[in-house]
Each structure stands twice: as structure tokens, then as C-alpha cells.
Design a protein around this ligand. Structure first.
Ligand code: AP5
Ligand code: MG
Length: 208
């Protein structure tokens, strides 16, 4: 299974990806997580991405495409993958099509998680993540256990201001991927409002 999750910031891509990769036995490839790991590790790529990411803008296409290309060469991605947060521009989507075509591969599905903007800001500003396990929490909707409270991380781009910038980037640069994948007959629209269990059920029913 080769699939992609697209959707606005805070749509629940990471939450749902963690569940689906267990079901399908494929790796979860999140470009956002890869950049955050690079920043934490102080690599040159992390340093280059940090300011843009913290402000809520998009990292340059060449950097992202190079990083994903390398990742898809790894053994665990040969039989399939779930891409979360990539592609995010039409240039990235075209590069992915070429990359897969060169390997004689094709995408199976692109799931679009749809959540109205008015719900997004609240989801984002109260998100916390556990750096030890990668688990994603929400202070109201999915509260973390008290004993791990001290180690939880609040992302630098999870402020209201950066969130609005991210929504603008989504509207202008990522939303054009909807007609792009619709034209390829790959797009599956999934309502992202409801409980995480309901959304997992909707996703698995459209993805098979
Ligand atoms: P990235 O990490 O991909 O962030 P994003 O797309 O903004 O998405 P998020 O991770 O914020 O949200 P999500 O959809 O995963 O939601 P989650 O499940 O966590 O990218 C970050 C940055 O990296 C970008 O801004 C850019 O700078 C750079 N970058 C990355 N990829 C790039 C690329 N390809 N090109 C260029 N730059 C790139 O859920 C959110 C919250 O909601 C959580 O608190 C969760 O608990 C809660 N929640 C989840 N589901 C529900 C539900 N059903 N009901 C209520 N609450 C819920
Ligand atoms: Mg995410």
C-alpha cells in the first residue's frame, strides 16, 4: 500500500497515521517529524529549516524532495508507505510521481482529511507530544496521563499566530493538490470531524 495523507495543519494526520501504519504494516513517513528530528540533532538541514518552520512557512521544495527521496530508498519503504505532510506543493507532487515512476511504482490512494478552519486553531494550540514515544495528545480532547506531563513538548509552531500562517500556506500552496490527485483518480475525501475512532473507521472503509 502506497498512500498519502493530506489535510490542513491539525487535521489529525499524525494521529490517524499512527493507527493505520499498524494495520497496514507500512512505515509512517512524516516530513514534519523528520525536520523536527533534524532540528533536535542540530544537523545543517535542521538549522536551515528551523526559522521557516517555527514561523509556519514551508521549507523549500528541493530540500524536502531530496529528504523524501533518500527516505524512500530505505528497505522498510520498498513494500509501501504512508506519507504524512508530503507532498505539500504541486512541485513536490510532480517530483513524487516521477520518483515512483522511475521505480515502476504507483500510488494507491490519497486521503484528504477535511476539518473546518474554525476547529483547527483549538486543536493546534492545545496539542502536546511525548518525545519518548511520539504519542500525540490534546489537553482537552485526548488528555495525557499525569505521570508524563513533565516530559511533554509544545511545538514551537503551535501558537495561534504560526497556526494562521500555516493555514494560509495550506490554502495557497497545498490545496491545489486536491484537484491534482482528483484528476489522477486517487483522491478519497474523509470527514475529519468526530472521534479519532470514527475517523479511523472512515479511513479504513475508503482505503480498503
Ligand atoms: P507537519 O508536522 O506536517 O505539520 P502540519 O501539516 O501543520 O500538521 P500537524 O502535524 O500540525 O497536524 P496533524 O494533521 O498531524 O494533526 P495531529 O494528529 O497532530 O509540518 C510542520 C512544518 O514542517 C510545516 O509547517 C513546514 O514548515 C515543514 N514541512 C513539513 N513537511 C513539509 C513539506 N512537505 N514541504 C515543506 N515544508 C514542510 O492532531 C492535532 C491535534 O488535534 C492533536 O492535539 C490531536 O490530539 C488532536 N486531534 C486529533 N484528532 C482529533 C479528533 N478527531 N478530534 C479532536 N482532536 C483531535
Ligand atoms: Mg502531524
Amino acid at each position: 500500500m502506497r498512500m498519502i495523507f493530506i489535510g490542513p495543519p491539525g487535521a489529525g494526520k499524525g494521529t490517524q497515521a499512527a493507527r493505520l501504519v499498524q494495520r497496514y504494516g507500512i512505515p509512517h513517513i512524516s516530513t514534519g517529524d523528520m525536520f523536527r528530528a533534524a532540528i533536535k540533532g542540530g544537523t545543517p538541514m535542521g538549522l536551515a529549516a528551523k526559522t521557516v518552520m517555527d514561523g509556519g512557512g514551508l521549507v523549500g521544495d528541493d530540500i524536502v524532495i531530496g529528504m523524501v527521496k533518500e527516505r524512500l530508498e530505505q528497505d522498510d519503504a520498498k513494500g509501501g508507505f504512508l506519507l504524512d505532510g508530503f507532498p505539500r506543493t504541486v512541485v513536490q507532487a510532480q517530483a513524487l510521481q516521477e520518483l515512483l515512476a522511475d521505480k515502476g511504482q504507483a500510488l494507491d490512494a490519497v486521503a484528504l482529511l477535511e476539518v473546518p478552519e474554525e476547529l483547527i486553531v483549538e486543536r493546534i494550540i492545545h496539542r502536546r507530544s511525548d518525545p519518548s514515544t511520539g504519542a500525540i495528545y490534546h489537553l482537552k480532547f485526548n488528555p495525557p496521563p499525569a505521570e508524563i506531563a513533565e516530559r511533554l513538548v509544545h511545538r514551537k509552531d503551535d501558537t495561534e499566530v504560526a497556526c494562521r500562517t500555516r493555514l494560509g500556506a495550506y490554502r495557497e500552496q497545498t490545496a491545489p493538490l486536491v484537484p491534482f490527485y482528483e484528476d489522477l483518480g486517487l483522491l478519497k475525501r474523509v470527514d475529519g470531524v468526530g472521534s479519532p475512532d470514527q475517523i479511523t473507521e472512515r479511513l479504513t472503509s475508503v482505503l480498503g
